[in-house]
Design a protein around this ligand. Structure first.
Ligand code: AKB
Length: 339
């Protein structure tokens, strides 16, 4: 008998660790995690962890023979800045990895005659505003606006949203004897900020990097201009978004891909918040033209009405609560020894 599990790929990453912790508290289903890296010690006991790659066909075949997947949270990805250094590797991980998992999930749903849920975090990187004038004019983009990504990561995320839709609605429609029941659902995240981890390889990283550097008493040179504005979200809200979308009754969903957001800040406003908490922080601006180009193409804010209407999305952390009740207290205690 194969064991029924919830599979989480990219589990050792920022969202992954927070999601494993939250899922373990909410479900009595077994968790199976997959990542190239070991899991941090604090979540070891919550999951069966496999170290390996989503591109390893033999490993995936072994997992399929041992486990039956109820839900897959597919978080593994190479982010936007990292992806620009190795675009073809990003494509392999972000697209081929996702394709392999979508096929696996769709096929499992067919064999077992029950839906397999596939939860996929997408990103503001799928948007590509052509210039700052248009970024100012279309400040709160809807899901279907300006879908012209400028990074490999953004292209990958947008295409995987489409692949998810394809595997959910059209895969094997002509050839299958039994119906495919893949239940694909996706949220487009803004820049995420965690109190416990510093992201790596993303372009929204300047926000969390600024904050963590200040808390550690280290100087920080921000790689974007003062006026740069993108939306952000505190990590607990990101996890809630994934869990709430997964829990929503299928018939209430009018789309497969939803924007979700919490607050939008310029880099100057972000710096001011950090300085209020750490007045001695040394935060300067040294824009990097290539990374600046990426965030300039991302929207200043997201329209997330559809998520609010269809599945009751409501961030718990606005900017004040995010800083005062989640980020600052946790970051202060995390670096207490270092300061
Ligand atoms: C990145 O900066 O690449 C990510 C994202 C916005 O998806 N944080």
């Amino acid at each position: 008998m194969r064991k029924k599990v919830i599979l989480i790929t990219g589990a050792s990453g920022e969202i992954g660790v927070a999601l494993v912790r939250a899922l373990a508290g909410r479900t009595d289903k077994l968790l199976l995690t997959l990542d190239l890296h070991a899991l941090p010690a604090e979540v070891h006991s919550l999951t069966t962890h496999v170290e390996g790659s989503i591109l390893d066909e033999h490993l995936l075949a072994r997992l399929v023979s041992e486990y039956e997947f109820d839900t897959i949270y597919h978080l593994a990805a190479l982010l936007s800045t990292r992806g620009e250094y190795t675009p073809e590797i990003a494509h392999r991980v972000n697209v081929e990895g996702t394709l392999a998992l979508l096929k696996l999930a769709a096929d499992q749903s067919q064999w077992r005659g029950r839906p397999v849920q596939f939860i996929f975090p997408s990103s503001i990187a799928v948007y590509g505003l052509p210039d700052l004038q248009r970024k100012a004019e279309f400040s709160r983009v809807r899901e279907w606006d300006w879908n012209y990504p400028t990074t490999m990561y953004g292209c990958n995320k947008q295409y995987c949203e489409m692949l998810g839709t394809y595997y959910s609605r059209h895969y094997r429609q002509l050839a299958a004897e039994r119906p495919v029941m893949l239940d694909f659902r996706s949220v487009r995240f803004p820049g995420l900020i965690s109190a416990f981890t510093v992201p790596s390889g993303g372009t929204s990283d300047y926000g969390p990097e600024m904050l963590h550097a200040a808390a550690k008493g280290e100087p920080y040179a921000c790689f974007v201009r003062q006026d740069t504005q993108i939306p952000f979200m505190a990590m607990p809200d990101a996890v809630t978004a994934l869990l709430d979308l997964a829990a929503a009754p299928r018939q209430t969903l009018s789309r497969l891909v939803y924007n979700v957001t919490s607050f939008s800040l310029t880099a100057t406003e972000f710096r001011q918040r950090v300085l209020q908490a750490f007045p001695a922080a040394e935060i300067t601006f040294e824009p990097d033209s290539r990374r600046q180009g990426i965030v300039d193409s991302w929207p200043a804010d997201l329209e997330d009405k559809a998520a609010r209407r269809d599945w009751g999305w409501q961030p718990q952390y606005d900017v004040a609560r995010a800083f005062d009740e989640y980020l600052l207290p946790n970051i202060r205690s995390r670096y207490a020894v270092v300061i």
